[in-house]
Design a protein around this ligand. Sequence first.
Ligand code: ZN
Ligand code: ZN
Length: 461
Amino acid sequence: MSENTRRNVERIPFTVNGRTYTPPDEPVVVICVDGSEPAYHEEALAAGRMPWLAGLRASGAISDWPALSAMPALTNPNNLSIATGHPPRVHGISGNYILDPDTGEEVLMNDKRFLRVPTIFAVANAVGYDVAVVTAKDKLRRLLGAGLVESGPSLEGSGDFVEPVRRGICFSAEYADSATERTNGIGDVLELVGRPLADVYSADLSEFVLAAGVKILADRRPDLMYLSLTDYIQHKHAPGSEAANDFYGMLDHWAQQLHDLGAVVVITADHGMSAKTDESGRARVIFVQEEVERVLGQEGIARVILPITDPYTVHHGALGSFASVYLTADADAALVGSALGQLTGIQAVLTRADASERYGLPADRIGDLVVLAEEGYALGKNAAWHDLSGLDAPLRSHGALGELRIPFIINRPLPRPADLPVAHLGDIGEGPTACVYNYDAFWMATTALSRSGDSVGSVRG
Ligand code: ZN
Ligand code: ZN
């Protein structure tokens, strides 16, 4: 099967989860810059560290819109939103970590069995488009590869898992040394990319993803490519800091190469990032389980789930801005909700039904109450539960309304969509009204671009 015969030259539209995608003539590359609060690239631009993006802005050949991520502002839910074109209520991935309602156990949500619908990648691949997905961390590879390189939710929406009819490419930089043609659709990745295996706690891990993307684009010209980075730098370094500017300079370098190879390039993020510290740099943490037990005067009456929890504790020590509270049947939820809502640093407490309705969350995978911290605060379980030994910088984290703002940049000029009806989201902080979600990325770069008539031969010729 040669590269040329794999390309779907007909550019036929395909429909996934109710949205129809019409790929343009050029390859489409979506880069998810993990934790990319918009101030990061604005500061790097101001410091002269992103010459390609600066040139693109000066030329006007760009779409650069205020955008929002889905709730919760966490990695797994938003990567799957970008991959499926919908918020978590549709795809089912509500966190990095959940209380599994079927077993009553707390588990990592890295398992594809939690995924309820097929991805854009799976369907594009099935209809003959060449699709490549590269993630920084392996936890995402296991979700995003469903239906592309291994079994995934059936394309008809029955919920059954089926094997893909043909295999695309999906691997992680974390395990690039063990990628094989059989399991990942590509082997010898270190040799291909010409870089050594990167440390999982490093900016190099993201750079490996971008370098691999450039190499794969040059070699195979896949129709659709998704490159998902890690927020290791953003958790430790504020916008405008030297390490952050270095990172965005690196991003600019690789994005330019994708652009020069003729790709439609979208730069967006899974969520933003904010400082969770006081003036002296001390973390401002509300321990939700302790607070609930104090209000009800009883230990063990609540179970608090922090969906940011993942195996990479060095990033954040499982302290984010979003918590699910599961109460025993006899606990007074209204009392708990109003008491928590009065605490300094709590932005909102919602019932399961309200949270699901307002924020597009799957009701069966969130708690009886959903607690959201303000931008400058983090939520914990109880003081003893968190391992903060890996935290060697003032806490920066994400999860709720203060971290919904993200970049949305395309290297093609498109008509600006209408403002999103976001009044229902409540206070998402200062800034312009957003007109897209990150999960519109593939639709904007395919259908919206194809409709605009701008796609043919603009760079490729
Ligand atoms: Zn993330
Ligand atoms: Zn993070």
